[in-house]
Design a protein around this ligand. Structure first.
Ligand code: PPS
Length: 586
């Protein structure tokens, strides 16, 4: 469907689409002024921007949020919430505000300057405070999200993480936040406009996505471009806080790998860090404005991206909101569709155009994940060879992923003995580095200052969990063998490690009587005599896990036998060589 069926495209002969509000408003001052502000800022109070605030300020400074000159004044904020307009009458869909806590706001005078600093402490801008006020966040949630229910993740984030005070005022930008990652893909609106002009592009369709590009997406983009006689800007949505976006590097490499499948000089790739708010149509149109400010004439919105699950038809919601509020926007906007692969036609078609009775092939993200985990192939109708290779590098099959085996059990239960034999067996296999984090070793090297209080035991387990998560993330094997008597912190560690590779909880369930009878270190005797306080099982609790993957009672069995139970589990889960050589499938 060409754009003109939805929203009248901007007729724009010979020039790129003008910025929203008429001109690109860049807020970076020149070098001399920046140096002057830097000197003066020694006497200014400072505010350390959060990741989301850093993303907003970057868009303000580069002009991506033109025509804004800073954070919204109260009247503009209220007008935006009520009817998506600034008081000047210009369409604006979402509040762009700076929230600070009471402790900061109380010391700030209207008219004074505030130094805004990024995560590294570098001052990126000076805010001249024109107003400060306490917003009604419930009212903002109702206006922006259409609900105040905390079940909506966007509402929940707004209500739980926003500080009590909003500051308004104009910004003088001194430098942009640093992006050492993929700097060539971090183009400002002015830079991308220059690039479009250099290439002679006039009509440009912007696509946004936060998923890798596969064949159906590429066909869809090219068809849209052809029907509008336009070129393409692929605006990849990435998180401002990279550690929240675990697949970030691999995903960007996937985009780069897909680019050669577009005709020569027909597509530009750029990263967008406009933070996800899940604010539905309002958010899609903020993104449309950013793309218009980049010079694009058309915007195809991934409405699923900005919609909380279960919120109804996001595409219809966008069309309805657009026609009510954003009719005058110069960039034309329409919701994205997905094409389906019809093998009999060997073609990709919209759902509505699938011939009656024709077989359709699709693949859910879950199935893709399962195929990668087990080293199975991804079919060529689904994706490109080079994209597949990048996905494989980022998601090796389980027998090449890192994992953690976490033993828990009473002192003397046999954890260390079994863990040591397991370490040897895994080293013998030789395909991954193995690290043993035994209770005693950790207490000596990482946690020597800790006692056996509940708080300190939990801290000890969190430290072990952190080290194991780093090992797992980097493809190694971590074997942990602390007592870890508390359920909640064990679960916390599982949650941390699970997404990074495997996590296997082994409960060494040898009963207290056996452990006490063994009393290898003489500690039980001392504990009984009260010479050792807070001794697990005697004078301190042990919560048996309800989520153990393997349970081993070492009473009367050799360590070797116990280890085979763990190894069998790892084999069943696919973590120990399956014989499938995924390279064969490339
Ligand atoms: S915890 O609870 O997970 O932090 O404990 P962990 O780091 O594994 O340390 C347990 C080892 O410390 C010795 N020890 C004690 N254990 C339990 N309670 C008390 N009060 C205590 N004091 C010293 C004991 O040798 C444990 O080693 P293992 O290998 O489990 O026998």
């Amino acid at each position: 469907m060409p754009h003109s069926d939805n929203v009248r495209p901007h007729e724009n002969k010979g020039h790129l689409t003008p910025a929203h509000g008429g001109r690109l408003v860049r807020l970076l001052v020149d070098r001399d002024r920046a140096a002057e502000l830097s000197d003066q800022s020694r006497s200014f109070p400072s505010w350390d921007l959060t990741a989301a605030q850093t993303s907003d300020i970057e868009h303000l400074l580069t002009g991506a949020y033109s025509p804004l000159t800073g954070y919204l004044r109260r009247q503009d904020y209220e007008a935006v919430c009520a009817n998506s307009r600034l008081t000047s009458g210009v369409f604006w869909p979402l509040p762009i505000v700076l929230d600070v806590p009471e402790s900061t706001a109380s010391s700030l005078e209207v008219g004074s300057s505030l130094a805004l600093r990024d995560a590294e402490g570098v001052m990126v801008a000076v805010l001249t405070i024109s107003e400060k006020w306490k917003p009604d966040l419930q009212a903002e949630a109702q206006a922006v999200f259409g609900t105040t229910s905390r079940d909506h993740p966007g509402v929940d984030r707004l209500l739980s993480t926003t500080n009590e005070w909003y500051l308004a005022g104009d910004l003088a930008g001194t430098t942009l936040p640093m992006h050492p990652d993929f700097p060539s893909l971090r183009l400002s609106p002015a830079e991308i406009r220059t690039e479009f002009s250099r290439l002679g592009w006039r009509r440009v369709i912007a696509f946004e996505t936060n998923r890798p590009i596969h064949r159906a997406d590429q066909v869809y983009m090219l068809r849209e471009a052809m029907s509008d006689g336009a070129k393409l800007l692929l605006h990849a949505v990435v998180s401002a806080a990279q550690d929240e976006d675990k697949d970030y590097f691999a995903r960007v490499r996937c985009y780069q790998a897909a680019l050669p499948y577009y005709p020569h000089l027909s597509v530009k790739l750029m990263l967008s860090t406009v933070g996800l708010r899940l604010a539905g149509p309002r958010e899609s149109l903020l993104r449309a404005i950013v793309n218009q400010n980049c010079g694009c004439s058309h915007f195809i919105a991934s409405t699923d991206l900005v919609t909380a699950s279960g919120e109804g038809n996001s595409a219809d919601a966008l069309v309805a909101y657009h026609s009510e509020f954003a009719g005058g926007l110069a960039i034309s906007v329409k919701p994205a569709s997905r094409l389906l692969y019809v093998p009999d036609l060997d073609d990709y078609v919209e759902r509505a155009n699938v011939p009656d009775g024709a077989r359709v092939l699709t693949m859910s993200d879950k199935e893709v994940g399962e195929r990668l985990d087990t080293g199975r192939d991804l079919p060529s109708w689904y994706t490109f060879r080079e994209v597949k290779r990048e996905l494989r590098r980022a998601h090796p099959p389980r027998h090449k992923q890192g994992f953690t085996v976490f033993f828990t059990g009473l002192s003397g239960a046999g954890k260390s003995t079994v863990a040591k034999v397991l370490q040897v067996k895994l080293l013998q296999m030789g395909d991954r580095p193995v690290t043993l984090l035994d209770g005693d070793i950790v207490r000596r090297n990482l946690s020597s200052e800790l006692t056996f209080s509940k708080d300190h035991r939990d801290l000890n387990i969190r430290r072990i969990g952190f080290v194991a998560s780093e090992i797992t993330k980097n493809g190694g094997i971590a074997i942990c063998a602390p007592i870890a008597p508390y359920n909640a912190v064990r679960k916390e560690v599982r949650q941390r490690i699970d997404p990074l590779g495997g996590f296997v909880l082994v409960h060494v369930s040898t009963p207290l009587e056996t452990c006490e009878a063994r009393d290898r270190k003489g500690l039980y005797a001392k504990a009984r005599q009260g010479m050792i306080k807070e001794f697990t099982g005697i004078s301190d609790p042990y919560e048996a896990p309800d989520d153990a993957d393997v349970v081993i009672d070492t009473t009367g069995i050799a360590a070797e036998e116990a280890v085979w139970e763990v190894i069998s589990h790892l084999e069943r889960q696919g973590y120990l060589g399956s014989g499938i050589k995924e390279e064969d499938n490339l």
